[in-house]
Ligand binder design. Structure first.
Ligand code: FAD
Length: 507
């Protein structure tokens, strides 16, 4: 067990104690805001390192980015940026804006969601004149969505009924996004005539996403609010952990929580795997809610209905995982695009095999460049429970699991070298994350790499993180937000502390 920072102990007599389960972005955010509001908190993290899925990753002395392709809220004049500043996440760091949000090659054409909307329109319309009108409408929507600001001040359940009702529908951009939420990106893509446009709009976001998610994300990218902070996700975690300790919080890594103590309708504390009982005023579960209810509360309390629905209705809230293969290649041999998707010979993998590669390169950030070589991540989306079960079963047989990864890595390396001849003989495989890792290490539902993706069938349903019949326990983290992402985990941590303050009558 590792114990960091003990400043709290002597100083904070009489302060209410909070146990936070999970040291991802959400746990850290909860801890920082709670410390700022006078609580005495301890974060219990099961793994040896803080950061959850964003924990620093090193292989053979090389730093790798485990997650972050883009971060939301890096522009200084946005409310979300203020939250990153309040928690130290973006302290003293610079954002890098790659040239493109996403690029797809198909049928001999290239579609590039580049940093200039006019250039995007002209290049795509030149490639497919008969799609010009639909492309124009898409670009108009992206421009309008630029004015939209997600709620960062306060969660809807703490707003006055009038304000809560107005919500996103109170602005033109909000109304537009509400409308586009009902359009599946898959269906939208099919409306294009040109195969490259159909492919690009289908591939740009994970399966199940809506047109609203693309319009919103691309508009944020164009405004410079969606970018990449130098140091990546590990840098954010490091700065937040430092801020948390400076605020007097206590961090205990490699200290898994086994059980939440509940009696007479209230959470009373936690039991650690080592047997220690910690009595606290509040318990915050900053991990997957299904795991918290099923394992830590031993199914004695259920979650709120709207959250339960997300787990039970995959047609409305889908989960998606991926196999991420980490490679390195000489910096000058990499594609210039941040993320590029291109067709390949069939790679024997999920179902009928995989015939496209999705490659993200990290050479814009010197953190991920070493001896002239830069990180290159290849993602294979794994959608659905069945695909997850296959990986889960494989993970139970070590030799077969390792062999599957070796085959996948070999065929991917060959496909990379075929597509980028300048990489011939120079690509090195460094490691791999699979759905089995996300399930076993982080206890994520169905090995999902992020929380739910709301589909076109989902209707906005703000959650509170409260459990019916159990007070002094709140769920928080990416699973509670409208979409997944580090910014969601950050905001949910803040909202959770606002709920505690409301219950404790703290302004
Ligand atoms: C491959 C990948 C790519 C991604 N790309 C992006 C991106 O480009 N942009 C973006 O914004 N987001 C991205 N994300 C999503 C983003 O990283 C997550 O949404 C966010 O980090 C989740 O934070 P969290 O704190 O809610 O959860 P987690 O990071 O999952 O933290 C939960 C923590 O709880 C701990 N825990 C669980 N059980 C226990 C227990 N019993 N006792 C103690 N601790 C426990 C776990 O070990 C873990 O550390 C990506 C994620 C992945 C995996």
């Amino acid at each position: 067990m590792t114990v960091y920072g003990e400043r709290g102990e002597a100083l904070l007599q009489g302060q209410k104690r909070i146990a936070i389960i999970g040291g991802g972005i959400a746990g850290l955010s909860t801890g920082i805001y709670a410390q700022k509001h006078g609580f005495r908190t301890t974060i219990y993290e099961a793994l040896p390192q803080i950061g959850g899925v964003c924990a620093p990753l090193r292989t053979a002395g090389v730093s790798l980015e485990p997650t972050l392709r883009f971060l939301n809220g890096v522009r200084e004049d946005t409310p979300l940026y203020r939250c990153w500043q309040e928690t130290g996440g973006l302290q003293d760091t610079l954002p890098v804006t790659p040239d493109s949000f996403f690029t797809a090659e198909e049928a001999g054409a290239t579609v590039n969601f580049c940093g200039d909307i006019n250039e995007f329109l002209e290049s795509t319309a030149a490639c497919s004149p008969e799609d010009r009108e639909q492309l124009k409408r898409f670009c108009t929507a992206v421009e309008k969505a630029g004015a939209f600001r997600p709620a960062t001040e306060c969660p809807p359940d703490l707003l006055s009924p009038l304000k809560a009702l107005a919500g996103a529908a109170g602005t033109e951009s909000g109304r537009l996004l509400l409308r586009l939420r009902t359009v599946s990106l898959q269906d939208y893509a099919q409306q294009f005539h040109h195969p490259a446009l159909r492919c690009a709009f289908r591939e740009v976001l994970p399966p199940g996403s809506t047109l609203a998610q693309l319009v919103f994300s691309y508009s944020r990218f164009l405004s410079g609010d969606l970018a990449v902070p130098v140091g990546g996700s590990a840098g954010i975690v490091h700065r937040m952990a430092k801020r948390y300790l400076a605020e007097g919080g206590q961090l205990r890594c490699k200290d898994p929580v086994k059980k939440i103590i509940a009696a007479n309708g209230a959470a009373r504390g936690i039991v650690l795997a080592g047997g220690e009982h910690m009595l606290t005023h509040w318990v915050i579960a900053a991990c997957d809610p299904a795991y918290a209810c099923r394992v830590l509360l031993q199914d004695r309390y259920g979650m709120e209905k709207k959250l339960q629905d997300r787990y039970c209705m995959p047609e409305k809230y889908t989960t998606c995982s991926l196999v991420r293969l980490f490679f390195s290649a000489p910096e000058e041999s990499l594609p210039i695009e941040r993320t590029l998707s291109f067709p390949t010979d069939v790679i024997p993998a999920e179902g009928d095999g995989i015939s496209r590669l999705r490659v993200t390169q990290f050479s814009n950030d010197p953190t991920f460049v070493f001896n002239g070589r830069a990180e290159l991540a290849v993602d294979f989306p794994i959608a659905g429970r069945q695909a997850f079960r296959r990986w889960e079963a494989l993970a139970g047989q070590q030799a077969a699991y390792r062999e599957e990864i070796r085959l996948l890595a070999d065929s991917t390396r060959q496909a990379l070298e075929k597509h980028f001849p300048q990489m011939q003989g120079l690509v090195q495989f460094l490691g791999c994350h699979t759905p089995a890792d996300y399930a076993r290490r982080f206890h994520n539902f169905h090995g999902s790499c992020t929380a739910f993706i709301p589909t076109a069938q989902a209707r906005p349903a703000p959650l509170t993180g409260r459990l019916p019949g159990l007070s002094h326990l709140l769920l928080t983290g990416q699973w509670l937000g409208p979409t997944a992402g580090m910014h969601t985990a950050l905001l949910q941590g803040k909202f959770t502390v606002q709920r505690i303050c409301r219950d404790e009558h703290i302004p």
